[in-house]
Design a protein. Sequence first.
Length: 481
Amino acid sequence: MRNRSIQTQTGSVFIAVFFLLTMTVALNAAVRPPGERPNLIVIMVDDMGYAGVSCFGNPYFKTPEIDRLAKEGLKLTDFHSSGTVCSPTRAGLLTGRYQQRAGIEAVIHPVSDHPEHRKGLRQIENTFAESLKQAGYRTGLIGKWHQGYPQNAAEFHPDKHGFDTFIGYHSGNIDFISHVGDHVKHDWWHGRKETREEGYSTHLINEYALQFIKENQDQPFCLYLAHEAIHNPVQVPGDPVRRSEAEGWKRWKPANEAERIEKYRGMTLPVDEGVGQIRDFLVKSGLDQNTFVLFFSDNGPSRDFPSGDPKWRGGKGSVYEGGHRVPAIAWWPGKIKAGTVSDVPAISIDVMPTLLGIAKVKAPEDRPLDGVDLAPVLFEQESLPERTLFWASLANSGNRSEAMRQGPWKLVVLHPRAKPGTFENETVELYRLDQDPGEQNNLIKQEPQQAAEMLKQLKDWYRDTQSTATPQPGGWLSKTD
């Protein structure tokens, strides 16, 4: 009886051990099948124009780490933000659709009685973070959100849109030292917990981005790293507080152009260092062979710094090329050919379908994507079928402007002195970018038929986005909710 009992116990232990080993193998396989489920990192900088980094022509200083990313990867020289200011571009990036469909056409304004203040990303929208999370990815947002103030609606919080981890701020910008937002309230959070901690915001964003990667290196992850720099307030490490809850915002004014350039350099290089820290860890840990990194800006240059390229007309808020043509770099050793350059037109709403394509995750069917998968451009050095790209900008003042790109043709529509929020006083301009990249020679009189056809397409596109646009509270033309 004793021998039989021992045999039974031994058999039970063997079965238990076998079961645990089997489960361990199964769990490991579920975490990361060999050669599949690559990591995804999207790095977005703020208000950096086309020549903001030296590999895209910055004449003032070098950005060695970002340059190295370009040298080891692919430069996209005809890449565009889908918006000309912060919030719209971010809504388009997150959803893979023109942001007009989400009802976010303008900056989500910090002033409580502004027509655009109470808007935000509604829960009905699908984000790349949600799709990837459902497929088993760990998802993180470190840095700037600017998709609605959660105190206005709970659904505006990042954790309602697929992000497992959120460390950063809700508003359009914060003081780099005090972390007081443009709504003049402290705005630094770990998830839903307001957190007061010391540190220059770019350094904190770098630190927590690297921490997220390290903590999730043994499973597939997607990191959306949304830098504050080089957006105002203008502050470099060691500068004083410029915005406080008690005294509001004291704007910085340069003593001379040399000081302006030094501040520009001092705000850019911490971003460059952070890119280098991430790259170094990926390489040393061996994650580089299984990690896709995309770096770009949310719109063209603000007036604070000369980060734009003079060959492109306009800057932040403009639908001319300088307002939305931005630096972009794709990096994935072994997958993206080092030192390559592509002039294939691409736009930030292409990011979501590209991420889902890399991860082999099916796109949501209820809200068809406007962007396309850039895989042929990134991995095969091929082109894409010709397509039309659109922009529609709504300024803080309520002034509108639109544009569209079709082959070499660029149509620009302005509405000078129009009633806020309206499309009154329409003026139309037409350019050939292949002959006139600076958009200086208006061909409207020489090519009226071309302009008329494109104008109709532009209006049809806008009408289509509005036909099923997600309802939003407020707005320039709204009398009530």
